[in-house]
Design a protein around this ligand. Structure first.
Ligand code: COI
Length: 349
């Protein structure tokens, strides 16, 4: 049983839903559950408010923290849906294992999502491309600066009404010096540090006029791995290609859904490593027809130009692209506009 304390007065009337800047506005309630004495304590849904922690709390020093990202949608008759929440819950616990954080009970996680989204359903915007971005996370809270796994944690879920993450096609730099993840590391986990570590190289790329970085493998820097915070897809001729997941690549829910949808749409698909040399060769021959990132926040983010060692290469990105077909197929399922043959849509109850 989750203890519920409702807000006295909603702040929803103060929000401009037509001008949402991603991740800056939060709904009225949040879920919170603390871990201490070897177990998760009473879970609560309560008014959104700041946390207070001791300055020695472990997360401030050693970064034992991770998160998930998912979206809630409102269909035409005001039903609320999540997309494959089971996948996010499982990945949350997989990330937890890698970060030496105790796993969170799956049933309590799902129950919390249901209750929180029922309570804050009015916060789910219904404009084109809009949704309620749901951000579960866990941080190490033990007031202790020994470099050991914390004995106390806080799990929480907050919700943010959002519009599209990126607008328009982006220019990216293929990074051949900095690495996002290393073999044996924790690149596959949604650990906070995986994202924090990207900021500096990405800022350098932005200063050179790029929007994002395409990460390459840390050993040879010859194969592409991820596009910013997203998985990466490329179309060469008629074939759609994405690289396999590994300990350096996030097992993206959008990625695996697009792979299945590509099969459903009979799009020729290969899941295999993608060499930078192959992209350059395809671009020279006019066969590099699409390049895009795929993730929960942006769904699909088109890349129009990539730069490698100072040289720009063009991507064709034609109008009837695989990206458009796949994005439509995916969002139609998410929004309850299409049949859901894989049972991905989850109706909040
Ligand atoms: C996603 O694409 O879902 C992400 O993880 C992006 C997030 C860091 C805003």
């Amino acid at each position: 049983m989750i203890k519920v304390t409702q807000i006295e007065k909603s702040k929803i009337s103060t929000i401009d839903f037509d001008n949402l800047s991603f991740g800056t506005v939060f709904s009225d309630h949040m879920m919170v559950c603390d871990y201490k004495n070897g177990q998760w304590q009473q879970a609560e849904i309560k008014p959104y408010e700041p946390f207070t922690f001791d300055p020695s709390a472990s997360v401030f020093h050693y970064g034992q923290a991770l998160f998930e990202g998912m979206k809630a949608y409102k269909g035409e008759n005001n039903e609320v849906f999540l997309f494959r929440p089971d996948q996010n819950i499982k990945r949350f616990n997989k990330s937890s294992e890698r970060m030496a954080i105790p796993e969170f009970p799956e049933d309590l996680f799902l129950e919390g999502l249901n209750q929180l989204l029922r309570l804050d359903a009015d916060w789910i915007p219904q404009g084109e491309g809009q949704s309620l971005y749901v951000r579960p996370f866990v941080i190490a809270t033990e007031p202790c600066i020994q470099a050991n796994p914390s004995k106390e944690y806080r799990f929480a879920i907050i919700c943010s009404p959002v519009s599209s993450y990126f607008s328009g096609a982006v220019k990216v730099k293929i990074e051949d010096h900095y690495s996002r993840a290393t073999p044996g590391g924790f690149g596959y986990a949604k650990a906070a540090g995986n994202y924090g570590g990207q900021f500096y190289p990405t800022e350098l790329a932005k200063a050179e006029g790029f929007h994002q970085i395409i990460w390459t493998d840390a050993v040879s820097h010859e194969y592409i791995e991820e596009a910013g915070t997203m998985n990466v897809f490329v179309r060469i001729g008629d074939t759609l290609i994405t690289n396999p997941t590994s300990d350096t690549i996030l097992d993206g829910v959008t990625r695996k859904s697009l792979i299945q949808l590509a099969k459903d749409l009979k799009i020729p698909l290969e899941v295999r490593p993608i060499a930078i040399s192959e992209l350059i060769e395809a671009s020279a021959k006019g066969e590099l027809l699409e390049l895009f990132g795929a993730g929960t926040a942006a769904v699909i983010s088109l890349i129009e130009t990539f730069n490698y060692k100072g040289q720009n290469y063009q991507v064709e990105n034609d109008a009837n692209s695989y990206a458009q077909q796949l994005k439509k197929a995916l969002t139609d399922i998410q929004l309850n506009r299409a049949e859901d043959q894989h049972q991905w849509r989850y109706k909040v109850q």
